[in-house]
Design a protein around this ligand. Structure first.
Ligand code: SAH
Length: 225
């Protein structure tokens, strides 16, 4: 079983995506285990402080190294972790390749930032990997952590009922997925492509491949570079 530990100042913010659909089922099937840790539980007992002003001045609070170190040490003392990942906008952007790699790694710790982010010494000394979910800034690392977990968990063998379904998703083989249709075949005179109703598997496969390539050329031409 893979274990993912998420460290945050607002763990409440991410609990709900893990309580539904595919991720919930993966947890119930005991394929993955997710634990949330409130950094405040590792703060200085008297002051409960997890952030402080920046050295050198400037607006915005910075998350302190001490509670983060305590929390990570506590986890590492109990079991082995393959990566300690910090969610941050100034990092390599998450893609399917990274998700694939992480899905077969083993236990992970994910650190969510808030405010101005974490003290640089956390990044230099405690974190083994940094991931962004895109070139925009969010208020906290909780939603990015949920995005990362979802992208990883659905790839862990046994999570998706039909093993082939992750393989036919976009990016998995370097192209976007073809369009999909369901009933009714005719909706207010908008029809499903006839070929999908033909029952000719070889033709349908060829059509799907053509459509996938066409779509990729149009939307993501850089995939062919
Ligand atoms: N001052 C930082 C931004 C901090 S945003 C900067 O300019 O780079 C606060 C926290 O939100 C970050 O510590 C990070 O954990 C999270 N976050 C914001 N945008 C993100 C993104 N695109 N990807 C991953 N995490 C992000």
């Amino acid at each position: 079983m893979v274990r993912i530990d998420i460290i945050s100042v607002l763990p409440k913010l991410i609990e709900s995506p893990f309580n539904a659909s595919i991720i919930k089922r993966a947890i119930e099937k005991k394929i993955v285990e997710i634990h949330f840790h409130d950094l405040k539980d590792y703060a200085n007992k008297r002051r409960k402080q997890v952030d402080d002003y920046q050295f050198g001045g400037g607006s915005g609070m910075v998350m302190m190294i001490e509670p983060i170190k305590k929390c990570i040490d506590n986890l590492k003392n109990q079991r082995d972790y393959k990566e300690v990942i910090y969610m941050t906008p100034d990092a390599e952007i998450l893609n399917q390749k990274i998700a694939n790699k992480l899905s077969i790694k083993g236990n992970l710790i994910i650190l969510c930032g808030h405010y101005k982010g974490v003290d640089q010494r956390v990044r230099d000394n405690l974190v083994t990997m940094e991931i962004s979910i895109g070139d925009y800034v969010l208020s906290g690392g909780e939603l990015p952590a949920a995005v990362l977990c979802d992208s990883i968990i659905r790839l862990i063998p046994g999570v998706l009922g039909n093993e082939t379904s992750a393989l036919t998703d976009s990016f998995q083989d370097g192209i976007l997925a073809p369009p999909v249709y369901t009933r009714p075949a005719n909706f207010e005179n908008i029809n499903v492509p006839q070929i999908l109703l033909s029952g000719d598997k070889a033709k349908i496969d060829k059509w799907r491949e053509e459509k996938a390539i066409e779509r990729t050329k149009k939307i993501r031409p850089n995939f062919f570079n």
